[in-house]
Ligand binder design. Structure first.
Ligand code: E4P
Length: 216
């Protein structure tokens, strides 16, 4: 399972890339607002740091507008993936952009049927939002299980990108189900490295090594 950062912060992308474990980035208007700066400039810089897919989100509500925005985004860098929302217009735009060889990430997916439509529209990536489903009392991970089953049944190649991740358990569950990608805030990525017994273990080994050195 590939690990992406869900951020528009160039600094976080740089830190993530330095670990050698991050293979893509997802952004959205809310993350762009949080990060500040010109969205296109930020995307360009992120694309120069990360070689894998970098999602840039359109804001038009009609297919023509989404296609226009998508074509413009695609000129920023080769690894740009255009995000369109799961709507009728979004699916029209997805098909048109795909025909132009522009990769599409269908975002705001909250049901298995929506994911089916995204795959049938040729989406490169579908983004089911698990955290926002959990927030309203549903079990977000059930959506990932259903999409995995449907995509396997029909051999759809659309990649399942688990989005709206809130904690390391979401990452674990995504991997167990067999999702293709998990995108997460930098804070969750940092948590993946940590275990209290690792810290205790390092401390104990260092203390014992000091004793070994003193013995000489
Ligand atoms: C990813 O592509 C989404 O934009 C993101 O994961 C949404 O996360 P949120 O529900 O925490 O805003």
């Amino acid at each position: 399972m590939d690990l992406f950062l869900d951020t528009a912060s160039v600094q976080e992308v740089r830190q993530g890339a330095e670990t050698g474990l991050i293979s893509g980035v997802t952004t959205n208007p809310s993350l762009a607002l949080k990060a500040g700066g010109d969205y296109n400039d930020v995307l360009k810089e992120i694309c120069s740091i990360v070689k894998g897919p970098v999602s840039a989100e359109t804001v038009s509500l009609d297919a023509d507008g989404m296609v226009k925005e998508g074509v413009a985004f695609s000129k920023i860098a080769k690894n740009i993936v255009v995000k369109v929302p799961m709507t009728v217009e979004g699916m029209k735009a997805c098909q048109r952009l795909t025909r132009k060889d522009i990769k599409v990430n269908v975002t705001l997916c909250f049901s298995p049927n929506q994911a089916l439509l995204a795959a049938k529209s040729g989406a490169f990536i579908v983004s089911p939002f698990v955290g926002r489903l959990d927030d309203i009392g549903e079990v977000g991970m059930n959506l990932i299980k259903d999409i995995r089953l449907i995509y396997n049944n029909y051999k759809f190649t659309t990649q399942i990108l688990v989005a709206s991740i809130r904690n390391p358990i979401h990452v674990l569950e995504a991997a167990k189900i067999g999702a293709d990608i998990a995108t997460m805030p930098y804070s969750v990525f940092e948590q993946l490295f940590k275990h209290s017994l690792t810290d205790v273990g390092i401390k104990r080994f260092l203390e014992d090594w000091e004793k070994v050195l003193k013995r000489k």
